[in-house]
Design a binder for this molecule. Structure first.
Ligand SMILES: *Cc1c(COP(=O)(O)O)cnc(C)c1O
Length: 366
């Protein structure tokens, strides 16, 4: 066992035969894309599983964010978090908008609602928070601010499939939520994503944008692009979705297994889960110092265990793509946070090994 590298994640995959069975249908029909029957089936099944009205399957999560910006016709400044994956930032910039960073709460790691209003200018058009590691943002406080200042809200909900707030899927909050079905996410289609909105008007518009701006009569009625998911990817999603409940429960079990073992270590902190029910899809640990993080990381690496510094660095520091503005809390957390391996195939013995390596006494002397 010690000889196999352990990465931060591995995709949850249905048995190959079940995927191949679905592919046979694709070959029989000869339909590979263009909103084919499997894409429609995947959309229905995801909506049903998460208890939502609409789920628009798209080619990836980054495109889902861009489609949300296009659908809301946003031009101007979008307030977002520096503690995210670079895709949040690049999607905003690719749509010709300007990201304005607002620092995070150092405990929940979410954008700090108390700091949003001071970032609003006459150019602000929207707020784009991220449900970091599937942990719900303060959706009610954010909605209040948005209403007061007539701003749109787009959630980067790439991590949030399976999270709920007030017993409703977290994906149904905001004007539009954009999620990801990437290989590393809880539910995957290899590459893929989704746009979710409770507005039927926006739902229709997003579908047109996904398909070059075509309406049902195949006239080009607006500026769209190609955001389509293929049948081959949808088949994988349908196959994987059958195991979704088990995967979700498994993450939760493993999350608490880690948490119970690590809680007693004086040099560690954890993301605070305050609101709603997260999906426990990641297990980040926050060290007291970056030096200790580096030491633990190197100890793990020596045993071919590769946790990931996620999110690192804070995206406001990427000064080749944005103008740097200090975000002290996000930058500090980004330096001290490490995501431990957490996935379906991860074995208990591997988790024990990881826990032992992290708990080694000599770290206390750092
Ligand atoms: C994965 C991820 C994305 C992008 O999703 P892709 O499907 O990989 O394009 C965006 N934001 C966050 C926070 C992510 O983790």
């Amino acid at each position: 066992m010690e000889n196999n590298p352990i990465y931060v994640t591995q995709p949850s995959l249905a048995p190959l035969e079940e995927y191949v069975d679905l592919l046979k249908g694709v070959w029989d029909r000869g339909i590979l894309t263009h909103n084919g029957p499997l894409v429609q089936q995947l959309e229905k099944e995801i909506s049903k599983k998460l208890g939502m009205e609409n789920f628009i399957a798209v080619s990836n999560g980054t495109i889902a964010i861009q489609m949300a910006i296009k659908a809301l016709e946003l031009k101007g400044e979008i307030i977002t978090t520096p503690f995210t994956w670079v895709a949040t930032l690049s999607a905003i910039q690719w749509e010709g908008c300007v990201p304005v960073f607002c620092d995070i709460e150092p405990d929940t790691l979410s954008i700090d609602p108390l700091k949003i209003e001071e970032k609003i200018t006459e150019k602000t058009v929207a707020i784009m928070p991220v449900h970091v590691f599937g942990n719900p943002c303060d959706v009610e406080a954010i909605e209040k601010i948005a209403k007061k200042h007539q701003l749109k809200v787009i959630y980067d909900a790439a991590h949030a499939i399976g999270s709920t707030y007030k017993n409703k899927s977290l994906l149904e909050y905001g004007d539009i939520a954009a999620t990801s079905l990437h290989a590393t996410k809880l539910l995957n289609t290899a590459e893929g994503g989704g746009c979710i909105t409770t507005s039927s008007e926006l739902n229709e518009k997003l579908k047109r944008i996904r398909f070059f701006g075509h309406n049902d009569a195949k006239n080009i009625v607006e500026e769209g692009f190609n955001g389509k998911l293929t049948e081959v990817h949808a088949a994988l999603g349908i196959a994987n979705l059958k195991y979704y409940d088990e995967v979700l429960q498994d993450r939760k079990d493993k999350y608490f297994f880690y948490k119970n073992a690590l809680e007693k270590l004086p040099f560690l902190q954890f993301q605070t889960l305050k609101l709603g029910e997260p999906n426990y899809s990641y297990f980040p640990i926050i060290f007291d110092t970056e030096a200790r993080l580096l030491e633990v990381e190197s100890t793990l690496n020596k045993q071919k265990i590769y946790p990931r510094r996620y999110f690192y660095p804070a995206v406001n520091t990427l000064n080749n793509i944005v103008t740097y503005e200090p975000m002290p809390l996000a930058e500090d957390i980004a330096k001290r946070i490490l995501c431990l391996p957490l996935y379906w195939n991860l074995k208990k013995v591997e988790m024990h090994l990881i826990l032992d390596l992290i708990s080694k006494k000599e770290y206390n002397r750092v």
